[in-house]
Design a protein around this ligand. Sequence first.
Ligand code: BEZ
Ligand code: MG
Length: 352
Amino acid sequence: VAMVLWGTDNLKTEGGPIAQALALMGATPRYDSYGRLAGAALIPLAELGRPRIDVVMTLSGIFRDLLPLQMKLLAEAALLAAKAEEAEEENYIRKHTLHHLAQHGGTIEEAALRVFGNTDGTYGANVNAMISDGAWNEEDELAAAFVKRKGFAYGRAGKPVQHVKLLSSVLADVQLAYQNLDSVELGVTTVDTYFDTLGGIARAVKRQRGSDTPVYISDQTRGTGKIRTLRDQIALESRSRTLNPKFYEGLLKHGAEGVRQIEAHVTNTMGWSATTEAVDPWVYQRLSETFVLDEAMRKRLAALNPAASARMTNRLIEASERAYWTPDAATLAALQGAADELEDRLEGIAAE
Ligand code: BEZ
Ligand code: MG
């Protein structure tokens, strides 16, 4: 299992996602005699009643900055599991670690590294910046950026050591990737950081395995928790937020900034296509109809924020060029016409 761990989410939930990672590995926190966090301990297999699951955790830079003790805790849990003399079919961390050692040599401390993130002082996977700039050709370039940025392993010492090859080899064993969603304030298409982290790792797994990996969202926004496929989550957010008049009219009360936010939803949607292919083509069709092909809306957005309108229109065209949807000829021509009109308008503004 590949998990994305963010710092703020863990602060707000008192470590909910950290607890999930520990539970998957069959570990608990270990406390000293004063009740202070001192490391990890394994739950005996007899008590666990199921195998230990191998988990690769990629941390945000904010997690690294805020939760250094918890990083060491997670690293220790993985190492203890790898060293436990248990049957391989009862302990996938050990199984994969021993397999890696047999293939590549090295130490068990290295082969059992499962906590990865940016090195000190850097944040994010840069996948979002590449999507924003359109500066990429093949989707594998996004995977390469992710692995390069997040290829620093954190062991029990808590110091980053570059291990890009090890991360790639661990990713080859991943069968599903997920991230928790902790608040209704932000959805996976609201900000560019969900596809940067979860999309980035999903694409990196695909590059290693050569096939798509299932991606899930663990929705913790309503107490009990609900698991959705990423595809369903994106469809849900597209209907309830981006394409919902109650939502976008609320944004548009904020003028230029509202248009910028609508454009961000469109760009983030394409970020998910590029990293996971989990966006249904109807989403692009409806985005085009709602914000560009509708003449009154197109004019309204262009008057409020011509630059964001142009970016959004060009992004929808880019998504079709990258074959994330296939508009009919009339739709594509209308998008192209709108893009040309907006470009003229921006040139006019620049000339004034
Ligand atoms: C974090 O808290 O780790 C985080 C917050 C926003 C975007 C990315 C990461
Ligand atoms: Mg990050």
